[in-house]
Design a protein around this ligand. Sequence first.
Ligand SMILES: [Zn+2]
Length: 148
Amino acid sequence: MNSSINNGGKTHIKYAHMHYPKTVELKCKKCKSKIIATNQNAPEEIEHFMDISDFEKKWNLICMDCTFRAELNWDELKEFDLWLKTKIRDIEFWSWNIHHLNMIIKKLRKTELKSDKWEFFESYIPKKWLLKFNSEREIRKIEMLKEK
Ligand SMILES: [Zn+2]
């Protein structure tokens, strides 16, 4: 299962198992469009949350383009590819959702992260992304994911 949510788990266990985004953008297996997966147990106003229970989470999946709908747990989400994903200099880049993506771009552009809601995830950004994705060309490629 290359290039899926699991990749985050392999390099950053905590990332995958302790702290969750409230929404994850995935790729629909039926129509290849974007799915929004939303955790139904997390409060409305937060963007990510700490997991204190077990894996009995409810993720509500809605495809933006076709009729696909599902209610899955975190493990089952891993069967899907992430939507905001690309390959740069043979390194896989990915993010959970657009807000997470924006934070990573800020970081790559060395912009101040203070008051960014996604600041918590800063320390989980793979070191090699920060080292290798440092030219305008590469950052642009990442920014193009926003147009997807
Ligand atoms: Zn679909």
